[in-house]
Design a protein around this ligand. Structure first.
Ligand code: 26M
Length: 832
């Protein structure tokens, strides 16, 4: 094993150079223009990026094969992570770091006249996800390979990932993401693992010889799932796993011969139809019960993955039968990343019953052993409920299985605990009765899974107390917590090379693996010379971001200012508009007293709004308009700047995070399940201003109250306020600053000649009832901001806080999260 581990390390710069040149000349068909004048054209840089990636992927694929052999030899249990989303970002730099080949590749490229860091910028982000949930999946894959676990990620090979965002006169414009228009050097197509997936049709009752009836599904259409593998390279480990993404195509044999005999053109239309299944990632975080295509996406990917899991199992361990089903559960674990892949439960049941002749009892027992489910949100609008009629239309056989699961659950388990309790049956049933009957996907997940976890302690507590109290009564051991984490490889080592180098000088251990060892820096937090070095790096990173801001927006900012950062999807519960309201207040204070003593501040936003989320788009527009006014107002002497960076994504986060002084984590308490940006920013030495919500609470526990700025209502206070009846007008009428700032939005001050354009935000606070308690938390937030500004001016105090934040983030290593899953949910052993 040690040999596999070191094989990559011994590849020299000279060797790498040869490999890169080979791909330039052969694979890419000599696409490079060699004359010096053309050397650094975009076309050439793209070609060199591609050749470098191809050369690296060759080395990676060798390790992938070796890992497969090792995993087969050790016969270890595997975890199959099912997720509709993976936000992988760029792969070149990360893969080089994880293989310890960054330096030699840098050298190789230098001798060819290119800068590696510059070339890394050529790669497109793999943006196959919306936000936190998708990025978490990517961090978990990194940790699983790093810890030598046998893991497969399953997802969809979207032709278009999350839309690209630009601004036109301050409004968000969405453009398609073309990440693989000309292919991607990281993918390996696996035609031999193609799957055929039935869909639509009807269920027939067929009499057996013994007189019993069995259900036979006559499908109306076949889809073809073609897998593409992206290798996942562990950090300083011998393991390379795969992320397997399914592309949907028409099953030409089926459609052309059976359905459309003689109708050549119709057959082509069917092909186009099938391809829409993996065409685009839905850019929502809200559920739409009527969206048939999204439903088919979920089913298609679950069905492909379940079939693949079974065929991989059989290849290694022999036939799957009732007799060997215990072995299957010993070798296979399946994690559901939210309820999006719930249909995998029904599909496994269907396959076992209809294709492997399992008894109901055996199939159900097996499902309970292999599945577990992670909940990522308490927001009611995000909880998935598909209409029964849609289910019946698309998956008639799965619906009959679902009914049987529900019946057994209600008659046996619910009735035993609450005998003859109709109200309880209605509450816990997988089916929600009503005008439109609906399937509650989360209920199916909880009823089937052996473990259900939330993603931060407070969130998991709320899952037990508020979301599923009865399930928790039924099965007290089932609901549990696994606090989220982030990979320190991407979110420190690779994105912040200057800080990484400093840390390595002062910490003996390999901190990128054992992040807890950074705590040995704590004594240095007071050390003047270390403080100086640490803050000099922060300054250098800020200078770099200053340049980026200028390029992307044309705005001049000073690295001497506080860089205050809020980067995340745009949503009312995340309260970007609380931040904005405070900016308005600061601006007003400065206009009233231009000599107000105040550390200059740059407020930096990055956020995409779901294309159909009107208010979110208006918050973006308002921020852009207010920024325009403030940034060009000479009266305030550059004390305040506002920057909204377009097209926030993983690769942009990697530039912003190392340069952040302040991390805004200001969701309404009880609404943000965990947050993971909070961890990334703190790890890079940003100080958090935040509510007692999600993982902020655990971050505060780690760094201590002196090194974080906590404000606002607690979860219990929010609940109490709701019971008492929240009246936002109270704050509007009694707080002059709030009133003035909200009334400002009605004028044409920020949108000359077009008064009223920003009024919807004010309305959401007043007529709209301020559902996320922005006005209630405003004063407390403003006070915390004030205290933070004072703290920043004490350079030593601030440096100490920043250093301690970096030093004390060990808990939030995603390796720790994975070990929690392994010990309590998956029960794996490393394959090396
Ligand atoms: C729903 C319907 C249709 C299309 C897409 C969706 C959908 C997509 C993503 C719904 C929710 C999605 O993600 C939710 C999410 O990202 N949750 C976040 O998960 C993180 C990782 O656990 C947490 O840190 C965040 O607090 C939580 O908001």
């Amino acid at each position: 094993n040690k040999n596999i581990k070191s094989s990559a390390a011994i590849i020299s710069a000279t060797d790498l150079k040869k490999r890169i040149q080979h791909h330039l000349n052969s694979t890419l068909g000599d696409r490079v223009i060699c004359e010096d004048a053309y050397k650094n054209t975009p076309q050439n840089k793209q070609a060199y990026w591609q050749a470098t990636s191809l050369a690296l992927n060759e080395i990676i694929i060798d390790k992938l094969q070796a890992s497969k052999v090792q995993q087969a030899k050790s016969a270890t249990k595997s975890i199959n992570y099912l997720s509709l989303e993976y936000l992988m970002g760029r792969l070149l730099s990360n893969n080089l770091h994880n293989l310890n080949l960054y330096k030699s590749t840098e050298k190789a490229l230098k001798s060819l006249g290119f800068d590696l860091a510059d070339l890394c910028e050529e790669g497109a982000d793999l943006a196959l996800g919306n936000g936190g949930l998708g990025r978490l999946a990517a961090c978990f894959l990194d940790s699983l390979a790093t810890l030598d676990y046998n893991a497969m990620g399953y997802g969809i090979h979207y032709q278009h990932g999350l839309f690209k965002q630009s601004f036109k006169d301050g409004h968000q414009i969405e453009q398609p993401d073309m990440w693989r228009e000309f292919g991607s050097p990281w993918e390996i197509c696996r035609p031999e693992a193609t799957q055929l997936i039935p869909v639509y049709g009807y269920v027939e009752q067929q009499a057996q010889t013994d007189g019993s009836l069995t259900s036979v599904w006559r499908a109306g259409k076949m889809l073809k799932g073609v897998p593409w593998d992206i290798p996942i390279v562990g950090y300083n480990s011998s393991t390379v796993n795969a992320l397997r993404l399914w592309e949907c195509r028409a099953d030409s044999a089926f459609d052309w011969d059976t359905l459309n005999q003689g109708d050549y053109l119709q057959a082509h239309h069917d092909q186009v139809n099938a391809e829409t299944v993996s065409k685009v990632l839905y850019p929502n975080d809200e559920h739409d019960a009527g969206n048939e295509l999204r439903f088919i996406q979920q089913y298609f990917f679950c069905a492909c993955s379940i079939k693949d899991i079974i065929s991989r199992y059989q290849l290694q361990f022999g036939p799957l039968t009732q007799a060997t089903s215990r072995n299957f559960a010993d070798k296979v674990a399946i994690q559901l990343n939210d309820t999006h892949p719930t249909i995998a439960i029904l599909e496994l049941m269907r396959v076992l019953l209809d294709e492997y002749d399992f008894s109901w009892q055996n199939a159900w027992q097996l499902a309970g052993k292999v599945f577990s489910y992670t909940n990522h949100t308490l927001l009611p609008e995000a909880l998935e409920k598909w209409s029964v009629s849609l289910f019946e239309h698309v998956l008639p056989r799965h619906l009959t299985i679902l009914y049987r699961i529900n019946e057994a659950f209600l008659n046996d388990e619910v009735n035993a605990m609450w005998p003859n309790n109709e109200a309880m049956r209605a509450r816990l049933s997988i089916i929600e009765e009503g005008e439109q009957r609906k399937v509650r996907m989360a209920h199916l997940c909880v009823i089937t899974s052996h473990k259900v976890n939330g993603v931060a302690q407070i969130h998991s507590d709320l899952v037990k107390k508020d979301l599923f109290p009865e399930f928790n009564q039924l099965w007290p051991e089932k609901l549990t917590n696994v606090t989220n984490g982030i990979t320190p490889r991407r979110w420190l080592k690779s994105c912040n090379p200057l800080l990484s180098e400093l840390l390595s000088k002062h910490v003996d251990d390999d901190w990128a693996k054992n992040l807890n060892s950074l705590s040995s820096l704590s004594p240095l937090a007071d050390n003047a010379s270390f403080q100086k070095k640490f803050m000099a790096i922060k300054h250098q990173n800020k200078v770099a971001l200053t340049t980026e801001i200028k390029t992307l927006t044309g705005i001049d900012v000073s690295p001497e200012a506080i860089f205050d950062v809020q980067i995340k999807r745009l949503h009312e519960y995340k309260r970007q508009h609380l931040n904005l309201l405070h900016i308005l207040a600061l601006y007003r204070r400065l206009l009233a007293d231009p000599d107000l003593p105040m550390q200059p501040r740059v407020f930096i936003f990055g956020a995409k709004a779901a294309p159909g989320y009107q208010l979110a788009k208006e918050i973006i527009y308002a921020t852009n308009k207010i920024a325009e006014k403030i940034n060009n107002d000479t009266r305030i002497q550059d004390k305040l700047k506002v920057v909204f960076l377009p097209n926030y994504r993983v690769s942009l986060a990697e530039k912003i995070i190392p340069a952040a002084d302040v991390s805004e984590q200001i969701s309404t308490a009880g609404k943000e399940a965990s947050g993971t940006g909070n961890m990334k920013l703190a790890l890079n030495g940003a100080v958090t201003i935040g509510t007692l919500d999600g993982a902020n609470i655990e971050i505060a526990e780690e760094v201590g109250d002196d090194n974080i700025f906590i404000f606002g209502l607690t979860v219990d206070e929010v609940k109490a306020l709701d019971i008492k009846g929240y009246n936002p007008y109270h704050f509007y009428e009694t707080n002059n600053e709030i009133k003035a700032c909200l009334d400002w939005l009605d004028t044409d001050y920020f949108t000359p000649g077009r008064a009223g354009e920003l009024s919807s935000i004010k309305q959401s606070f007043l007529e709209g009832g301020d559902p996320y308690k922005v006005l209630a938390d405003f004063e407390s937030y403003s006070d915390a901001q004030q205290a933070l500004g004072v703290a920043y001016q004490d350079k030593k105090r601030w440096a100490k806080m920043a250093i301690l934040n970096t030093a004390l983030m060990g808990k939030f290593n995603s390796d720790r999260s994975i070990e929690d899953y392994v010990k309590n949910i998956w029960f794996l052993t490393p394959s090396v």
